[in-house]
Design a binder for this molecule. Structure first.
Ligand code: ZN
Length: 205
């Protein structure tokens, strides 16, 4: 090995190491507010399967997440807290006005392939990915049914929000067993706690 690395190799190495350091730093996020976005609402019910309406479950989880985060010292903002219709762009605009925040949208899934089950966590930005990984890991370890993992998603609320943002699909209402679980307050509480703990895992206080 030559005593002195050619300048171009040294430059490449420095870039790589710099990249690694940036990745390590990106495993935590600085924020003091969490914008909690209960999906759908009002005239928009979302997925309707097995006697369940997505919009109601989203709001239930969102409120539980709100309680959990507040009790741990984080500030929260809800994009809706009643059964009302809020445009997607309006949700993003509202979130963008909250300083030092992250954005967590809560949804449930439905598919004609009724055998599919499990949560899914979507992100669009690199910092969103950090948050998505933490929430997915948390759901996997705490909630029956687990998750199918994290996915890049081009959702409007992820596109139009400027902070680290994720969209959590809490499970498939189209799957009979998962729907039966989601119908119980105990399961929804576990889901909410898993989301809260995922958020806390990346929170750089
Ligand atoms: Zn939805």
């Amino acid at each position: 090995m030559p005593a002195r690395l050619p300048r171009i190799v040294a430059a490449a190495l420095a870039l790589m190491l710099g990249g690694l350091a940036a990745d390590a730093a990106a495993q935590t996020l600085r924020f003091s507010n969490v914008v909690i976005d209960a999906g759908h609402g009002g005239k928009d019910g979302g997925s309707v399967w097995n006697g369940l309406i997505e919009k109601k479950l989203c709001l239930d989880i969102a409120k539980r997440v709100e309680v959990g985060l507040k009790s741990r010292g984080l500030k929260t903002t809800m994009t809706r807290r009643t059964d009302t219709f809020v445009e997607l762009s309006q949700r993003a605009r509202l979130a963008n006005r909250v300083p030092s925040s992250i954005f967590v949208s809560v949804h449930f899934n439905g598919s004609r392939k009724t055998l599919i089950s499990g949560g899914e966590v979507y992100y669009r930005s690199a910092r969103g990915r950090v948050l998505a990984s933490a929430i997915s890991r948390s759901i996997k370890s705490r909630v029956t049914g687990g998750t199918r993992g994290i996915f890049h998603g081009n959702y409007k609320v992820l596109r139009e929000t400027q902070m680290p943002a994720v969209l959590v699909e809490c499970g498939y209402l189209s799957n009979k067993r998962e729907a039966a679980r989601c119908a119980t307050p105990e399961h929804r509480h576990k889901l909410a706690e898993a989301i809260v703990n995922g958020i806390l895992a990346v929170w750089a206080r």
